[in-house]
Design a binder for this molecule. Structure first.
Ligand SMILES: Cc1cc2nc3c(=O)[nH]c(=O)nc-3n(C[C@H](O)[C@H](O)[C@H](O)COP(=O)(O)OP(=O)(O)OC[C@H]3O[C@@H](n4cnc5c(N)ncnc54)[C@H](O)[C@@H]3O)c2cc1C
Length: 454
């Protein structure tokens, strides 16, 4: 074989890193890579997950753009695997495919009352504040007191975005509708609930520290949460990250409240039991106080408490979605695989199919982790050369021809540049990094350089 034709589905960091690593790998054959992306713009959760007030992380987009701009990867945006392009298509045109489809929806939280009006998933809120093109542009922000369930970075992102004053978000790429929505929010208290103790949290020190830097927001901690058991003391003594987290929390405990107009409460050892409602609307969160087991876990104490809230956001993790004709592990929300090699329910490897990123390993970990993930997957792709598919139509022109024949309005790299420049231009007069276009049709129109409708 003189050329590997590879399809990658998903242009988030995992898909783009996989392409980059493969192109740089030592090999004795040529490679041509096509990236298929459901959205009209690339970068996955870096664009549609990372909060707008995290410009340093959003800046990873520059490194990902450099990979695409090198010119040896084609990108087909607004193309959904499963409808616009199928597994049979890929088998006909490529030697192998890597799925890098990530995770976009909230994991379930099975507590009574979760269906009440005012109970939301973090992913939906994140989609709204990051201008995802497939969600409504309005978000109900009418609660004065809000509960956020979860103790990971997404929970902190959600709590921060809810508590932060909208004007402090203005220099970021926050969309105008989001600014207006947050500006009108009557919120005074945001309560974050973690089932375990301060020494068992999943969030990272940087994200925690940021909460204390919010203008006109007081941090509220509760002394009863800091009576550490031996396992917690050991975690603080031996784990640098936990040590720093403890230091930050202890500092806040000592600081006097400043009488700010908003408060952000951190509750630990609080296991949500039920969302209570009145007239179908959220009215309170009922939780059971927990206590450490002595082995790093917690158990219920039988003591129940209620905090009045008018909205509840669950930030208990993202979850992958199944892809048509591809095996899926319903329990873990991933494509079953070993080192990225996809296998069927009997554990047998399926030739030609690979996975990387969050859909390979589950929705945990920072963007950097998708790079090491991609390295492992690419190593296995290269090692499997003998079992790759033999495509009947490997010509590069076949793909745009197929999409055009099907009437798929795909976007390409030039189109992305056009949209990128357009968004940056929209932001300039307002001294904002960019203003995202949040309407799919409009994104496609600008990318494809088509005239606006009369
Ligand atoms: C709210 C939030 C905040 C975060 N903040 C940070 C942070 O500050 N710092 C950090 O390092 N990490 C952060 N992360 C984690 C980071 O976003 C992930 O580690 C990373 O995005 C995972 O990359 P991925 O490529 O596997 O998935 P994704 O980024 O989800 O990309 C998957 C891509 O596949 C596409 N796709 C899905 N299905 C199909 C289909 N059927 N056909 C075609 N395309 C499809 C999607 O549209 C998407 O573009 C955050 C995550 C979330 C959820």
């Amino acid at each position: 074989m003189s050329k590997l034709r590879l399809a990658i589905v998903g242009a988030g960091p995992a898909g783009i890193y996989a392409a980059d690593i493969l192109l740089k790998a030592e090999k004795d054959f040529d490679v041509s890579i096509d990236l298929f992306e459901h959205l009209p713009a690339p970068y996955g959760l870096v664009r549609y997950g990372v909060a707008p007030d995290h410009p340093r992380i959003k800046g990873i987009i520059n490194a990902l753009r450099d990979v695409l701009d090198r010119g040896d990867i084609r990108i087909f945006g607004n193309v959904r695997f499963g409808t616009d392009i199928t597994l049979e298509d890929l088998q006909k045109h490529y030697n192998a495919v890597i799925f890098a489809t990530g995770a976009i929806r909230d994991a379930d939280l099975k507590v009574p009352g979760i269906e009440l009006d005012g109970s939301y998933g973090a992913a939906d809120f994140v989609n709204w504040f990051d201008a995802h093109p497939d969600v409504p542009t309005t978000w109900p922000l009418n609660a004065r007191e809000i509960a956020v369930i979860g103790n990971g970075n997404v929970a902190l992102d959600v709590a921060r975005m809810l508590a932060k004053h909208a004007d402090d978000l203005l220099p970021t790429e926050i969309p105008e509708n989001v600014y207006q929505g947050l500006k009108a929010s009557p919120v005074t208290d945001v309560h974050v609930f973690g089932r375990r103790g301060p020494a068992q949290v999943k969030f990272t020190p940087l994200e925690l520290r940021e909460l204390g830097e919010l203008n006109d927001v007081d941090m509220v901690l509760y002394d009863e949460d800091f009576d550490y058991d031996e396992a917690s003391q050991e975690a603080i003594a031996t784990n640098k990250q936990i040590m720093v987290i403890d230091r930050v929390l202890q500092k806040w405990r000592k600081e006097p409240q400043e009488g700010s107009s908003r408060r952000l409460h951190l509750h630990f050892y609080a296991n949500p039991e039920e969302i209570l409602g009145e007239d179908g609307k959220v009215s309170a969160l009922r939780y059971e106080r927990t206590k450490p087991t002595g082995f790093g876990g917690v158990e219920g104490t039988g003591e129940y408490r209620e905090v009045p809230v008018q909205a509840v956001y669950r930030a208990v993790g993202y979850f992958g979605s199944p892809l048509e004709q591809i095996p899926f592990d319903e329990a873990r929300g991933v494509i079953p695989n070993r080192g990225g090699q996809v296998h069927d329910i009997n554990g047998d490897q399926i030739p030609g199919l690979y996975a990387t990123g969050w859909i390979k390993r589950g929705p945990i970990g920072l963007i950097g982790a998708t790079k090491s993930d991609a390295m492992e997957t690419i190593e296995n792709v290269l090692a499997d050369r003998a079992t790759w598919w033999t495509p009947e139509a490997p010509e590069e022109e076949a793909i745009p021809a197929l999409l055009e024949e099907r009437g798929v309005a795909y976007t390409d790299l030039d189109g992305w540049h056009r949209l990128d420049e357009h968004e940056i231009g929209l932001g300039e007069p307002h001294e904002r990094a960019r203003i995202k276009v949040g309407h799919r049709g409009e994104m496609i129109r600008i990318s494809r350089d088509e005239p606006a409708a009369e």
